[in-house]
Design a protein around this ligand. Structure first.
Ligand code: GDP
Ligand code: K
Ligand code: MG
Length: 295
């Protein structure tokens, strides 16, 4: 059998479960997951290989319909990019989205020349098989050329069908990356994202969205990894909120992040966090560039 490989890009609205699915398919937590929209800000690459296949998954930020900050436009650019370099598009949706369809997106999905696989996620929430069938029929009528599969990424329903389906749809090509590699992202990126996930979980409202994390130092020593990261916020008041009374809030974030990182890197971690203000970074082209949102 000839070798198959290709780029499989996950797109969809915020919170439909793109990152959960990517982690499930990879068997590895590469992409952070929370119940908040805009958890994923960058494209996250996961490389899945076996003897005769290589799949380069790319998780993307959700499509932001009404961008407010320059940051949002950059996030949407990552989604556009994902349409351009794909061999297969996986469009993830959930029940209820039928009511808020983006015509633009449907047109785009119908126009692409590559295979489209629609995954209707979170079927665990639906008790009736009847409504699942209705959902499948609905997407089928909307995207006649697409393959439709109802799944639950979180509860692993039908997820075992996805890899075989992708393998079927992939083009014949040699591997793009070393087969041992499972991501192209740096260790520092995972540290930043892990800290950002804990911030999303521990703070309310606008706070997590005003935050960017930069890891300044990552020293992999014999028995320990020493990490120093900066949490950037947009205003002084936000800095106070992040730190919390007697530093308790940031201590909690640090502890939670450290535990996850120790699991991920399989090593003891020393994590030192600093908080700094970078005024209105979300609207500042230069800051966005520095934070890796544009080339
Ligand atoms: P993304 O924004 O599309 O990347 O979505 P996430 O992967 O971050 O997931 C958003 C929320 O939906 C999280 O709270 C997940 O735990 C939840 N979620 C993801 N998949 C499922 C599923 O199959 N069933 C249910 N009930 N929840 C899910
Ligand atoms: K999310
Ligand atoms: Mg995500």
């Amino acid at each position: 059998m000839a070798h198959k490989s290709g780029f499989v890009n996950l797109v969809g609205k915020p919170n439909v479960g793109k990152s959960t699915l990517m982690n499930e398919l990879m068997g590895e937590k590469l992409s952070i997951v929370t119940s908040k929209a805009q958890t994923t800000r960058h494209r996250i690459f996961g490389i899945w290989s076996d003897e005769d296949t290589q799949i380069v998954f790319s998780d993307t930020p959700g499509i932001i319909m009404k961008p407010i900050y320059e940051l949002h436009s950059k996030m949407n650019d990552f989604v556009k990019e994902a349409f351009q370099d794909a061999d297969i598009i996986i469009y993830i949706t959930e029940f209820g989205e039928e009511k808020y369809l983006s015509e633009y997106l449907i047109k785009k999905l119908n126009a692409v020349k590559i295979p489209v696989l629609v995954l209707i996620n979170k079927i665990d929430k639906s008790q009736e098989t009847h409504s699942i069938t209705k959902g499948v029929d609905f997407w089928h009528s909307l995207l006649p050329k697409a393959e439709i599969l109802p799944i639950s990424a979180l509860y692993k329903l039908n997820t075992e069908l996805i890899l075989p389906k992708i393998k079927e749809l992939l083009p014949e090509a040699p591997a793009y990356y070393d087969k041992e590699l499972f991501t192209t992202l740096s260790e520092r990126f995972f540290v930043n994202e892990t800290i950002r996930e804990k911030i999303l979980l521990n703070y309310q409202k606008e706070i997590p969205y005003s935050v960017e994390v930069v890891t300044e130092s990552f020293k992999d020593e014999e028995n320990i990894i020493r990490i120093e990261s900066i949490i950037y916020v947009e205003r002084n008041t936000q800095k106070g909120i992040i730190i919390g009374h007697k530093g308790e809030k940031i201590k909690k974030v640090g502890t939670q992040a450290r535990i996850d990182l120790e699991n991920f890197f399989n090593k003891k971690i020393y994590l030192n966090l600093f908080v700094k203000v970078k005024k209105d970074w979300r609207s500042n082209e230069q800051d966005l560039k520095k934070f890796g949102y544009s080339k």
